[in-house]
Design a protein around this ligand. Structure first.
Ligand SMILES: NC(=O)c1ccc[n+]([C@@H]2O[C@H](COP(=O)([O-])OP(=O)(O)OC[C@H]3O[C@@H](n4cnc5c(N)ncnc54)[C@H](O)[C@@H]3O)[C@@H](O)[C@H]2O)c1
Ligand SMILES: O=C(O)[C@H](O)[C@@H](O)[C@H](O)[C@H](O)CO
Length: 257
C-alpha cells in the first residue's frame, strides 16, 4: 500500500503566472487555479481589464496581482516575471495562454506582417517567457508549464492557416521543452481547446452557419465555456499530473476523434 494522498489537486503555496488572463480562457484558468489555492499573477495588454480581473478573483477569496505585458516585448516579459517574484516570491506554474490572430483567409492573402506578428505573440513570446521562468522554477525544485495551443495546431483550420501553423509550432516547442527540461523537474504540457465561447472566437460562434456546421460534427453537440478548461489546467498544474510531460491534451468535445 502506498501512503494515502490528501489532495493531489491542491495548489496551496504555489504561484501561477497566466498570460492573457484579463478575460476569456485565461481569466477562467486564473480563477480556477486561485480557487485551488494558488496565488495568481495576471497579465493582458491593458491595465483596466487586468484590474477588473484581479478584483474578481480577490472578491472570491483568491490572492491575485497583475500588470500589463505584451507577449512580443522582451522588456514587458522581464517586468512581468520580476513583478511575480517581488509580489509572491517566485513562480511554480506558467500558463502561456495569450495569443493573437489578426487575419482570416487563405495563405495567398496573408502578408509578412501577419506572419511575423502571429509567430511573435503565439510562439516566440511563450518561449522567451518560459526561458525567463525556467531558472526560477529550478530554484524552487521544479514547476509546471502549460502551453495553450488549439485543435488548429493538430489539424489546420480552414482560413486560419498561419494561426494553425503557429499553434502546431507551439505543440512542437512544448515537446522540445519537455525533453530538455524534464531533468530539471520542469514539466511542460500543451492543451488544445476546441471552439470555446470567447471574444477571440466570436466571428465563428456568432455566425449561425459556421456554428451549426461545427456543432453538427461534434460528438458533444455544443461548443464550450471557458470554465470547462479549468479541470485540465488544475490537473496539469498540480501533483495529480506528476508523471505527465510532453503531453498533448485535447479539450474539444470530441472534435478531433
Ligand atoms: N476561443 C477559442 O475557441 C479557442 C480555441 C482554441 C484555442 N484558443 C486559445 O486560447 C487562448 C485564449 O484565447 P481566448 O479565446 O480566451 O481569447 P480572448 O481574446 O478572450 O483573450 C485573450 C487574452 O490574451 C490577451 N492578449 C492578446 N494579445 C496579447 C499580446 N500580444 N500580449 C499579451 N496578451 C495578449 C488579451 O489581453 C486577453 O487577456 C489563445 O491562446 C487561443 O489561441 C482559443
Ligand atoms: O483556436 C481556435 O480559435 C478554435 O479552436 C478554432 O480553431 C475553432 O475551434 C475551429 O475553427 C472550429 O472549427
Amino acid at each position: 500500500m502506498t501512503e494515502p494522498t490528501n489532495n493531489l489537486f491542491d495548489l496551496t503555496d504555489k504561484v501561477a503566472l497566466i498570460t492573457g488572463s484579463s478575460r476569456g480562457i485565461g481569466l477562467a484558468m486564473a480563477s480556477g487555479l486561485a480557487q485551488s489555492g494558488a496565488k495568481v499573477v495576471l497579465c493582458g495588454r491593458k491595465q483596466e481589464g487586468i484590474d477588473e480581473a484581479v478584483k474578481t478573483i480577490r472578491d472570491h477569496g483568491g490572492e491575485a496581482t497583475g500588470i500589463p505585458a505584451h507577449m512580443g516585448r522582451a522588456e514587458d516579459l522581464q517586468a512581468l516575471v520580476d513583478h511575480a517574484v517581488e509580489t509572491f516570491g517566485g513562480i511554480d506554474i506558467l500558463v502561456n495562454n495569450a495569443a493573437t490572430n489578426p487575419v482570416f483567409g487563405p495563405l495567398l492573402d496573408n502578408d509578412d506582417a501577419a506572419f511575423d506578428k502571429i509567430m511573435e505573440v503565439n510562439v516566440k513570446g511563450p518561449l522567451n517567457l518560459a526561458k525567463l521562468v525556467h531558472p526560477i522554477m529550478v530554484s524552487r525544485g521544479g514547476g509546471s508549464i502549460i502551453n495553450v495551443s488549439s485543435i488548429g495546431g493538430l489539424r489546420p483550420e480552414p482560413m486560419l492557416g498561419l494561426y494553425s501553423m503557429s499553434k502546431a509550432a507551439l505543440i512542437s516547442l512544448t515537446k522540445v521543452m519537455a525533453a530538455e527540461w524534464g531533468g530539471d523537474s520542469v514539466r511542460v504540457n500543451v492543451l488544445c481547446p476546441g471552439l470555446i465561447q470567447t471574444q477571440f472566437s466570436q466571428a465563428l460562434w456568432s455566425n449561425e452557419k459556421i456554428l451549426n456546421s461545427v456543432v453538427g460534427k461534434l460528438p458533444l453537440k455544443r461548443i464550450a465555456q471557458p470554465e470547462e478548461l479549468v479541470g485540465m489546467t488544475v490537473y496539469l498544474a498540480s501533483a495529480a499530473s506528476s508523471y505527465c510531460t510532453g503531453s498533448v491534451m485535447t479539450v474539444d468535445g470530441g472534435h478531433t476523434i
